[in-house]
Design a protein around this ligand. Sequence first.
Ligand code: IMP
Ligand code: MG
Length: 180
Amino acid sequence: MKNDIKNVLLTEEEIRLKVKELGQKISNDYKGKSLLLICLLKGSAIFLADLCRAIDLPIRLEFMQVSSYGNGTENTKNITIKQDISQIPADSNIVIVEDILDTGRTLYYIRKYLMLKNPASLEICTLLDKPSRRLVSVDAKYVGFEVPDEFVVGYGLDFAEKYRNLPYIGVLRPEVYENN
Ligand code: IMP
Ligand code: MG
């Protein structure tokens, strides 16, 4: 697995500190409010697990799965909801937890979809942001790191379902996906 990584972009320690910082920001912003974190599976599962433990407030968790990528590295497909959430409590302040904001298509779609449920508020928390790839404008209130236009894996992010369990975030060697 490690041989497929060109270089480590974000170390375990850098991620740990950033997640703590994001958790503190969210804790300050939602004090006294009803907070619902919606995790977009599967890529965000590990981020969610660490982030929610860095939030010092009572929270609720929900999980959705949307597919856009298939096994490739290019986002060409339409977005479909594979696992949905049921109703949300009327006073919910939603924070969508996402691993990476790339073209923006996924979060644009999900944000619009969740707005139909009339939450009290809706914000986005993404660990990574690749602004150079954006096709659709999306506002993320909480952003961990801006990353360059390279395909990254680890800490939940996959290529063809692999590498999610790397504890750091690394750039995948292009040979790996070009030969796939
Ligand atoms: P978007 O709809 O193009 O913003 O795509 C977002 C989704 O694409 C993310 O939730 C990831 O699952 C996937 N994705 C985008 N870039 C990468 C990457 O560099 N590594 C792994 N997955 C990625
Ligand atoms: Mg994802």
